[in-house]
Write a protein that binds this ligand. Structure first.
Ligand code: KIV
Length: 261
């Protein structure tokens, strides 16, 4: 059954929400219906594109990848990240979110930011775009903040985050993505929020969890953040299989008669 933003909202305080990233039809076909939501995250720049951070992505990149995922995702709620530089003003945000709706067929968009994005979220929501606000550690700010900094360590930061959640839900955000926030603060935020709070690296006491698929399944091995649990040793399994293929070709046992016409 198709998961909608209303489904996610109904799950708050009843059952945990599950979300994973996907960037192509191959993976998305496997994930569809197994998780509540699939995110075409801008993490694709790093895990798929080999970039050092998420900033180089363009709206055309996101449209291309969302189209691929959309072709095979029927049951999970499909959310697409607005890439860095594609939502500098509320008007630009609406123009590019509308492209993601019309050209790529996404169900909702996610954007990063603090209260400087209040008007952006309001403008999008008022024009029929389902918006998720991404707060806490915001990877698109990695260059201006000089690294990936865990948030919510002090009382002031906690109050600030609480204020952001309240303002964004008032502006019309249907959910919040909370990244890299200390677990105690994240729990307080999730409890105070009227909309679902989906965490990554923010502890267990939030309304749901999201992971980057290539981290969760061990395909991205450059580094492993503390919050990632590896459910598969993907890169090593694939390398072993590849090695068997290479050996079979080298020693002439592939293809066999059965594998020939
Ligand atoms: O781009 C991404 O993959 C994200 C993660 C926080 C899930 O936004």
């Amino acid at each position: 059954m198709k998961c909608t933003i209303q489904t996610l909202q109904k799950y708050k305080n009843k059952q945990k929400i599950t979300m994973i990233t996907a960037y192509d039809a191959l993976m998305a076909r496997i994930f569809d219906g197994e998780v509540d939501s699939i995110l075409v995250g801008d993490s694709l720049a790093m895990s798929f594109g080999g970039q050092p951070d998420t900033l180089p992505l363009t709206i055309d990149d996101m449209i291309y990848h969302t189209k691929a995922v959309r072709r095979v995702v029927h049951d999970s709620l499909l959310i697409t990240d607005m890439p860095f530089g594609s939502y500098d003003t509320p008007q630009e945000a609406l123009k590019n979110a509308t492209r993601l709706y019309k050209e790529a067929g996404t169900d909702a968009i996610k954007l990063e930011g603090g209260l400087e994005r209040y008007e952006h979220v309001r403008h999008l929501a008022n024009n029929g775009i389902a918006v998720m606000a991404h707060i806490g550690l915001k990877p698109q700010f990695v260059r201006s903040e000089g690294g990936y900094k865990i948030k919510g360590k002090t009382e002031i930061e906690k109050i600030h985050l609480l204020h952001e959640v309240q303002e964004f839900s008032e502006a019309g955000a249907f959910a919040i993505l909370l990244e890299g926030v200390v677990a105690e603060t994240a729990a307080v935020i999730a409890q105070a929020s009227s909309v679902p709070v989906i965490g990554i690296g923010s502890g267990a006491n939030v309304d749901g969890q999201v992971l980057v698929w290539s981290d969760a399944f061990g395909f991205f091995t450059d580094f492993q953040p503390k919050f990632v649990r590896r459910y598969l040793d993907g890169a090593n399994l694939l390398k072993e299989a590849l090695q068997r293929y290479v050996n079979d070709v080298k020693n002439g046992t592939f293809p066999s008669e059965n594998e020939s016409y």
